[in-house]
Ligand binder design. Sequence first.
Ligand SMILES: NC(=O)c1ccc[n+]([C@@H]2O[C@H](COP(=O)([O-])OP(=O)(O)OC[C@H]3O[C@@H](n4cnc5c(N)ncnc54)[C@H](O)[C@@H]3O)[C@@H](O)[C@H]2O)c1
Length: 405
Amino acid sequence: MNHTKIVLVGASMRIKAFVYALLKDYADTHELCAVMDVDDGKMRGFNETLKIDLPRYTDFEKMCDEIRPDLVLISTVDYFHRDYILKSLDRKISCISEKPLCVNIEQCRDILAAQKRNPEVFAATSHNARYHVAARAVKRLLDEDAIGKVNSVHYAEMLDLEHGASYFRRWNRVKKLSGGLQIHKSSHHFDKLNWWLNSRVASLTASGGLKVYGSNASPFHGENCSSCPHTSRCRFAVDYKKDTCIDFSIFTKYRAENSYIPDKCVFSPEIDIEDFLSVGLNYENGVCVNYTLAAHCNYEGEDIIFEGERGRIEMKRRIYREEKALRKDSVKVYHFKNSEPENIEFASETGGHGGADARLFEDLFGNKKSGRLATLQDGVQAVLIGIAVNEALKTGSKINVQSLL
Ligand SMILES: NC(=O)c1ccc[n+]([C@@H]2O[C@H](COP(=O)([O-])OP(=O)(O)OC[C@H]3O[C@@H](n4cnc5c(N)ncnc54)[C@H](O)[C@@H]3O)[C@@H](O)[C@H]2O)c1
């Protein structure tokens, strides 16, 4: 049997989960053939950590000419996803891009045009949040009409200090590269909303700002925590040599002078993204959504409430770091005139992102397809909302979302 030849673009922290799954569960059908990145030292650290020895390329064209891959997995800095999606599609190579699919409107247009030029080439956006067991339970309830027509949704996203601050230490803090959290992070949530509600956003208004991180939030700042003289008085100081949430050695072991490391100062003047957002969304099917994101919260989680004509669905997700990242997720349905809600039972799933990754990988690499996989159009629709949020923040006006395309 011919194996699907896979190449990686981006020796990223994220793609490690794909590599583990491919080696463990899909090695009979898939072969990892090469990795491409602009940082050769990072690729060396990546190979070593994963105990693999993929050929390393810094030139995508050369890699494709020599390897002739069947599938490209794209997991680089968000701003560059578009370039590799276009190159893959125009070479007739299937590709899967991490979220967010891209970060600005030109890139959305380019991706849609490239797919139109190459309709026969498989391409997908790896929106894994759709695959979480609680998100799937909500989708089932909505599709089964459990609360009748949905009138409104309240969606509150809470990033705790550890997770929230991490975005302000890495490349994600530069809007040109990530689009801001409204694209980089909220694309997960906007994609889920689009999928749950089976509709697209017509218009939105937004407000937001930078309060806790950035240069105005502190009288001092440094470059990186590892070289900063202020760590003893900084509540955000991290030591990634000790902290286990990031494999710091991938970045540092073969590091070239001046290459990027992810412990940048959260008070840097370079930061130009928001740390809180409040968005009012009007869907084409009439549903109104009130969405908030805060990147400096007491605990990590989501509160999502659907108000329907016959009742209400409440989905809550919680992650408690102090209890070794204990997850407490629930979905409840309230019916009018019943004071007690119905608890929707589901067995919690394990693995990356609360079990969502394993389900996504089965859809991408396995035989059992769930029909849940996000297309490039879905990826564009999720990003488009974030682009409209950026436009609303700039202009203070209500934005007609679909007309941006
Ligand atoms: N779906 C999820 O749950 C999830 C979780 C984390 C990250 N992500 C996504 O995965 C992607 C990678 O994120 P990460 O935090 O793992 O990043 P990372 O910083 O670990 O890796 C990014 C890599 O891209 C490389 N790179 C930079 N510019 C490049 C270019 N022009 N061409 C090729 N490579 C280039 C960097 O050298 C680096 O090795 C992002 O798009 C992020 O949004 C998704």
